[in-house]
Design a protein around this ligand. Sequence first.
Ligand code: GTP
Ligand code: MG
Length: 674
Amino acid sequence: MGDIYRYPVYFNCGKVLSQEQKKRIENYFQIKRRSGGGECSPVEEVSENIYRIGFTRREDQQSVLQRTHHVVQLGEDSLTLTVKESLDPQTSEHTSTSFSSSTRPAQTPQVIPPSPPPPSGEDYELHPDGSLRESLQASACSAPFDPAEQVSVKIPAVEEVDSLLESFSSRQARDEFSQVNSTVEEVEGRSSLRDSLASGNRTLTTNSPSSGAEIQMEAAAQIPAGRTTRGGGVHVEIIQGTIETQQVDALVSPMIGYNPQTSRIGNTLHQRVGPQLTAAFKAAAGSEVMVGIPVLVENLPGLPSHAVFFLSLCPWNGDPDGAAAEVLKMGINSILTSCDSRGFGSVVFPVLGAGLMLSFPIAVVAKVLLKGIYTFQQQRTSSRPLTVRIVIHPDDHVSSEVFKSAQEEPNQVQESKRIVLLGKTGSGKSSLANIILGEDLFTVHHSSDSGTTTCQSETRDVSDRKITLVDTPGLFDTERSEEDLKPEIMKCITECAPGIHAFLIVLKVETFSEQEQEVISRICEYFSEDILKHAVVVFTFGDQLREGIIIEEFVRQTQKLRDLVNRCSGRCHVFDNKYWNNNTLQNDYRSNHFQREELLKTIDKLTVERNGQCYTNDMLQAVERETQREEEQIRQSSPENLPPEEIRNQARRNVDSQRGLVWELFLALRSWLG
Ligand SMILES: Nc1nc2c(ncn2[C@@H]2O[C@H](COP(=O)(O)OP(=O)(O)OP(=O)(O)O)[C@@H](O)[C@H]2O)c(=O)[nH]1
Ligand SMILES: [Mg+2]
């Protein structure tokens, strides 16, 4: 990874930085608007109290260095970093770091104040000690939480969560629910979740017409509670503020295990309410809580909100499709369902699970939360207005940025993943595209003198994801001239603006020759090395693989192939578009069905690791701006209300017709970037 972050910035620090402080500094340097920076490495200590952070782009490094001093906010205190480009002893001797506070006199550089609760996310590592996290992780969410108190946390397996979720109205789920939540009922006198289960009038598979959820990002600290939602339905607000001061029907407070004080919010609520909080929680929860099923506590004194949903979650396990994410989804859905059946008009969510304790990536939380709300909204039968407010702590700029970009991209939640297939003529790109989308949409050519001649893009829903595949001709074949490439590269770029989530570099299971190497070099030359951060190497003609051999072993046998896959962070899969279609047995390695699911998971992971950001370059962005201008013109000039999809396609066609101009721009940029 070291060479990716090859543009360093150094700073000196009087004392050892904690992990959390390093993370804050990294977050600061990631946000262009604040520091001038961009994609960067974690902060690492290179010698005593000297730290390095590396950028992937020279422009970002240079723009950070334009300011000698950077001020990073750490709770109430701020840390001033004096930055340098090199470790030259002469210059590094003068680097300094100091703390200052707006409310207190500056402290000595040697003193790092105790960390305040992190604003980023909602839970933090306070309770009861480090062993909690370890025990939860070690037990993979299956151990009783606190045997001394005779309480426990029930954690269903992933499949159980799924089936539980999908069979909410089933008898079995009802029984299970009543078992874990019996005391909630006693305290409340009525449990509308149970009511809704018992009534059986709603299942999660119902597809009712929706009135359309609205998403709004509010910069204001507070939005008056009780604000009416527009047009009924679900109204989503994203604001910065403090959750405990919201005047709404219900707040959501995450927790680990059976302890409501294992999150920042839980602690804050405890401070406001006092010991009654624990007593009321215990009375409501009984001896057991189940992860993903909220415990509702109403009428807590000292709070402006009517009720609090305490939601037990599992720590992040690195898998966007894993148990932790499923539990989070399930919890969100349970809370929203409960709000509906209780007649609540407003509920407030924090950035659930993104703190140190639960450690979900913020991009995952944003996606699960927004998608959960959309899904709920599409499936609910009630048309009663419900305001769902997502509250981000005022200091949590990272979450704010992530949610803002989620909000800025139209229908980001349902936005399709744009994936481009690249590779030599005849490598099996069109065949692979058909396998991935599950339909014969792209023409497969069986003779060597014909082949795909134009870029084609198709979008389909595949395994709960919306996928757009862009099939290309053998764009980077060595015998093709740049003139030949021009129109098709342009078309590919207009199809993919503003960015590409993943590239599939398609290679046959065969000897990796000079020619293949040359194709890879050309791809990197056109799109820059950055492409490999978003690339997966996909092998076709998998039947050539010796029985019992997995693709990684095949890769290991050839140095150049190994290097390529390493540069793609090890991402590789294998298909046989012709012979592996009938093996539908789960976990059968020589099955396209299995490989497709694995490939989709790899792409999900890749997107999460890149915080949802696509591969983009100045060219793609310029084309996107142009496309948006065209869209605006079409909107203004067309008498009838065209659907957004049609406007977008028309705009793309218009931009594509100006290829000459775009090509000039492309060449100019390429020579400028060297
Ligand atoms: N046995 C086998 N044949 C394959 C596989 N993939 C593709 N083919 C065959 O290879 C030939 C070319 O496949 P295409 O999918 O058209 O290849 P392409 O990469 O799209 O080729 P261009 O469009 O020319 O760039 C066809 O005859 C396919 O049936 C595979 O995995 N196994
Ligand atoms: Mg083809």
